[in-house]
Unconditional design. Structure first.
Length: 308
């Protein structure tokens, strides 16, 4: 509240000045200084003094820690792959929950599964705190509400047979942890992917810790933590769909020729699998199969098995 007061001014007249009352005390946030991702990097304290090439080299080389962190978490990540594979094979769904960078990475990975593996987009889902607008514009306050994910979980109908993977770089995001608890109560298999060391939170079946440690820019988890998270999510869904038979060798065989690049890729895969075909004949077979690579492969194999 601002109160007016009189103050002398030139010519003997008084002018009004303002006196500002002290602000009302507000609750202090929890001290997160002991969280791995909030600590200062031992070699990053002079970023602003580095020349450009040294700065770029340091930031790039530091990303190697992200790869190492995912490799070190192979065992719990493999367990999550097995649980997710079983759920999807039985008709369940995979849902990512995250806020900020973590939420964007979850939505990104979910959105890539339909074109890569011909996955049903209603069965591989990503939800970000603050809703879709938060994909483009930060909605940092949304992550503080432990009940904030409930409406989305209600809308999606999360329950038994589904897998819910919470993503929180610092491992403490209330929106994510609350969503995990609610999902577990509704019968879903639950997981937390964290880049900070912590114990398993309430309601969490699978804890995957990607121990990336401190960031070169202190607290900026879009860096090593974000890179490790991206690798882990790529690894999770690629391994799951490989186990579900959507991959042959190192080839995606559930592609659809929906653009020129994918059309070409489908043809090249057909020619590798059936080298006696030429490109024109391969395209005829693909077209006859409704531009589904898997359907084309199965039709060719069926015809050849029947003929002898």
């Amino acid at each position: 509240m601002v109160l007016p007061a009189e103050a002398p001014r030139r010519g003997g007249h008084r002018q009004r000045e303002t006196v500002t009352e002290a602000p009302t005390p507000r609750p202090l946030p929890a001290d997160r200084g002991d969280v791995d991702t909030e600590r200062r990097h031992p070699h990053g304290r002079s970023l602003d003094a580095m020349d450009v090439e040294a700065l770029v080299r340091f930031l790039a080389e530091d990303q190697q820690r992200a790869v190492d962190a995912v490799v070190a978490a192979s065992t719990p990540l493999a367990a999550l792959v097995e649980a997710t594979t079983g759920a999807l094979a039985a008709g369940g769904r995979l849902l990512y929950l995250g806020a900020g960078t973590s939420g964007r990475l979850g939505v990104l990975d979910a959105s890539e599964c339909p074109p890569t593996f011909n996955a049903d987009p209603e069965r591989i889902l990503g939800v970000i705190a603050g809703g879709d607008p938060a994909l483009r514009r930060s909605s940092e306050g949304a992550e503080d509400d432990p009940d904030g994910a409930v409406d989305e979980l209600d809308r999606i109908g999360i329950g038994e047979g589904d897998v819910v993977v919470g993503i929180a770089a610092g491992g403490t995001t209330p929106w994510v942890l609350g969503g995990i608890e609610v999902s577990k109560r509704r019968g879903a298999v639950t997981a937390l992917i964290s880049c900070a060391r912590r114990s398993s939170p309430p309601g969490c079946d699978h804890l995957v810790v990607l121990a990336t440690g401190s960031e070169p820019l202190a607290g900026s988890t879009r860096m090593a933590a974000g890179t490790a998270t991206k690798i882990a999510l790529n690894t999770l869904t690629t391994a799951v769909f490989t186990r579900l038979g959507r991959v042959r060798g190192d080839r995606m065989i559930d592609l659809r020729a929906t653009n020129e690049k994918l059309h070409d890729r489908c043809l090249r895969i057909l020619l590798e699998l059936f080298p006696d075909l030429d490109r024109t004949e391969a395209d005829r077979r693909l077209h006859a199969a409704g531009d589904s690579l898997r359907a084309a492969i199965e039709a060719i194999e069926s015809t050849r098995a029947t003929s002898g």
